[in-house]
Design a binder for this molecule. Structure first.
Ligand code: PGA
Length: 253
């Protein structure tokens, strides 16, 4: 399979700055076909992504969604609105949303189902709050994943993307988790997902302080099927570097 390499800009880049990002990125990596690339801008710049990425193989999407279909939910954005903007991937359950907005697995599962109803792929982030022995981490992650995917059928599960994002490896001052540990976690998550989804389990990608130095060892680890990048990709040249590095290498499953 082709590695999935994506970025969420989080709450960064205005629509104008997004235009400049694509001006820089597209000449460098717009024609990449060995990778599945995706970009998740803030809501206000999704239209810019649509304008710039239409006609390329690069997907775009959103960082959050309302679990409700429409109506009296001031400030929220419905899945139908994202689908209408050509979004194909919608991130749910990021640790910053759990932290800042008190999002629970139950709410995240409702968001997953809303995304699936509108034919898009939920990108579910799961991670443990602090470093712990792998068996403890896995117990925590599997419980969270089970609850966050409540009501998602085996068929629908094949459209999900799971991002393993240890909370302690995300953001300023953090460093990426050890690739061997990441691989161990990914393979266990994939096994669980495979049991539930049947033949075609969803991919598991890694996020948390990914940069050009950390990427090769992570991608070389069996079970790591892609990377999800935050602050490093805010510089379009960095994301292009990740998108084009080691082209031709398959991801081990
Ligand atoms: P970071 O963010 O790359 O800035 O650590 C990763 C993430 O939150 O997905």
């Amino acid at each position: 399979m082709r590695p999935l390499i994506g970025t969420s800009w989080k709450m960064n880049l205005t629509a104008t700055e997004a235009g400049a990002w694509f001006d820089e990125f597209l000449p460098l990596a717009g024609a990449v076909t060995d990778r599945e690339l995706f970009v998740l801008p803030p809501f206000t710049a999704i239209w810019v992504a649509r304008e710039r990425l239409a006609g390329t193989t690069i997907a775009w999407g959103a960082q959050d969604v309302s679990p409700d279909e429409a109506g009296a939910h001031t400030g929220d954005v419905a899945a139908s609105m994202l689908a209408d903007l050509g979004c194909t991937i919608v991130e749910i359950g990021h640790s910053e949303r759990r932290r800042d907005h008190g999002e629970t697995p139950d709410l995240i599962a409702r968001k997953a189902r809303a995304v699936l109803r509108w034919g898009m792929r939920p990108l579910l982030c799961v991670g443990e709050p602090r470093p712990a022995p792998v068996d403890e981490t896995l117990t925590f992650l599997l419980r969270d994943m089970e609850a966050s995917l409540e009501g998602v059928s085996a068929d629908e599960l094949q459209r999900v993307i799971v991002a393993y994002e240890p909370w302690w490896a995300i953001g300023q001052g953090a460093v990426a988790a050890d690739p061997a540990m990441v691989g161990q976690v990914h393979r266990a998550l994939a096994e669980w997902l495979g049991r539930r989804a049947g033949a075609d389990p969803p991919p598991v990608i890694y996020g948390g302080s990914v940069d050009a130095d950390a990427a090769p060892a992570l991608l070389a680890e069996p079970g790591v099927e892609g990377l999800f990048v935050g602050r490093y990709a805010l510089d379009a040249r960095n994301f292009a570097r990740l998108a084009t590095a080691g082209i031709g290498q398959e991801v081990a499953r």
